[in-house]
Design a protein around this ligand. Structure first.
Ligand code: A3P
Length: 328
C-alpha cells in the first residue's frame, strides 16, 4: 500500500533527524504495512516511534492524570467509555456541554491516545485542546516501562485492560481487514498470526505487554490497576465498582441503591454505544470510522477463525510462560 494511503501512525514521513539516527541503531523489520523498529522492547512504525519519543520528552504530567492503557483491540473503547461515565457522573449539563459527552462523541474522541493522537503530528501539542476533562484522561498502547518515562515520577493512576490473547488477535485481524482489500488480507491471516506470535508486529509481543502492567500492578497497586475484559463481561458490577474505587470516586451506597452502576453499564454497553448516531457516522481525525471500534464484543470469537494448529501454537506459548506469576 502507498505511504499516503496509510494512516499517519503507520507511516515514516514525520521523523526528525535525531530519531532517524536512533532508528539506524535499532533492530528493524518490514511488514505489509510499513517499516517497524524495536524500541524499549516494543515494535513501532517510525512515525509512532517519533510520537513515543515526543511524549517521553515533553509530556508534563499532573498528579491527578489518569492513563488508560491496553494492547490494541482489547476493549480500549469500552474502558474509555466506562471511565468517562464514572467520572462524569458528578457533572450537571451546562450551556457549553448540554449533553453527556458519550452521547455526543466517541470514547476515542474524548480520551486521546498519547502516541496516536496527541504527539503524532507535533512534539508540543496544546493539551488543553485534547483533554478537557478534569481529572485529565489519556490513553496509550505503549508498555508500562515506556509510559513511565513520560510520567516521570508522577503518582498518576494507570488502568490496564487485558483481554484473552486469541480474541485480541482476531479482533485486530477484523479491524485490519476493514482497511485492506479484504480478500488479500484474509489470505494473509497466517502471516499476521506468525508475526503476532513472534512479536514482530505493531506494539510487539502481547505477553510482554500484559506482563509489564501485571508486574506494575503487583509492585504498586495504588498506581496500576489491572483489569480483564472477560471479568468485565462476567461480573460487570464488581469490576466497575473496582474501577471507580481505584479512580478515587467510589460509588456511595445511595448511588448503588439507585441503580447507577447498572445505568453506567447500560450507557457503555456495545449495543448502546454502537447504536448512537455519532458512532454510526463519525470518524477519528485519521479517518477511521468510529463504527469500526464496535464489532461483536464477545468472549471466544477466536474459535470461529483460528485453526487447531494456531490454537495449539498459542497454547504452547502460554504454557511456556507458566513460570511467570500471571495466568492468561
Ligand atoms: P471484537 O472485534 O472482538 O468484537 P479496542 O477498543 O481496544 O479497539 O477493542 C475493540 C474490541 O472491543 C472489539 O472486539 C469491539 O467489538 C469490543 N468493544 C468495543 N466496545 C465495547 C463495549 N462497549 N463492550 C464490550 N466490547 C466492546
Amino acid at each position: 500500500m502507498a505511504q499516503n494511503e496509510l494512516p499517519m501512525n503507520l507511516r515514516d514521513d514525520n521523523v526528525s533527524e535525531e530519531t532517524k539516527t536512533l532508528i539506524s541503531s535499532l533492530p528493524r523489520e518490514q511488514d505489509s504495512q510499513g517499516k517497524l523498529c524495536k524500541f524499549q522492547g516494543c515494535w513501532y512504525y517510525y512515525n509512532t516511534l517519533q510520537a513515543v519519543i515526543n511524549f517521553q520528552t515533553n509530556f508534563k504530567p499532573q498528579d491527578t492524570d489518569i492513563i488508560l492503557a491496553s494492547f490494541p483491540k482489547s476493549g480500549t473503547t469500552w474502558l474509555k467509555a466506562l471511565s468517562v461515565a464514572i467520572l462524569e457522573r458528578y457533572k450537571q449539563p451546562t450551556d457549553d456541554h448540554p449533553i453527556h459527552p458519550l452521547l455526543s462523541d466517541n470514547p476515542h474522541g474524548i480520551v486521546p491516545f498519547f502516541e496516536i493522537d496527541m504527539y503524532l503530528k507535533t512534539s508540543t501539542p496544546d493539551l488543553t485542546k485534547f483533554s478537557t476533562s478534569s481529572p485529565r484522561l489519556f490513553s496509550t498502547h505503549m508498555p508500562l516501562h515506556t509510559v513511565k518515562e513520560g510520567l516521570k515520577d508522577s503518582p498518576c493512576k494507570v488502568v490496564y485492560l487485558c483481554r484473552n490473547v486469541k480474541d485480541a488477535l482476531i479482533s485486530r485481524w477484523y479491524f485490519r481487514c476493514k482497511y485492506q482489500k479484504s480478500e488479500v488480507a484474509r489470505s494473509n491471516l497466517e502471516s499476521m498470526f506468525e508475526s503476532f506470535c513472534s512479536g514482530v508486529s505493531f506494539y510487539g509481543l502481547f505477553w510482554d505487554h500484559a506482563l509489564s502492567y501485571w508486574r506494575g500492578s503487583l509492585e504498586n497497586p495504588k498506581h496500576v490497576l489491572f483489569l480483564k475484559y472477560e471479568e468485565l463481561k462476567t461480573e460487570p458490577c464488581v469490576q466497575v465498582k473496582k474501577l471507580a474505587e481505584f479512580l478515587g470516586c467510589p460509588f456511595t451506597k445511595e448511588e448503588e441503591e439507585s441503580g447507577l452502576v447498572i445505568k453506567i453499564l447500560e450507557l457503555c454497553s456495545i449495543r448502546n454505544l454502537s447504536g448512537l448516531d455519532v458512532n454510526k457516522t463519525g470518524k477519528t481525525w485519521m479517518n477511521v470510522d468510529y463504527n469500526s471500534y464496535f464489532r461483536k464484543g464477545e468472549v471466544g470469537d477466536w474459535k470461529n477463525l483460528l485453526t487447531p494448529e494456531m490454537e495449539n501454537k498459542i497454547d504452547m506459548i502460554i504454557e511456556k510462560l507458566k513460570g511467570s506469576d500471571f495466568k492468561f
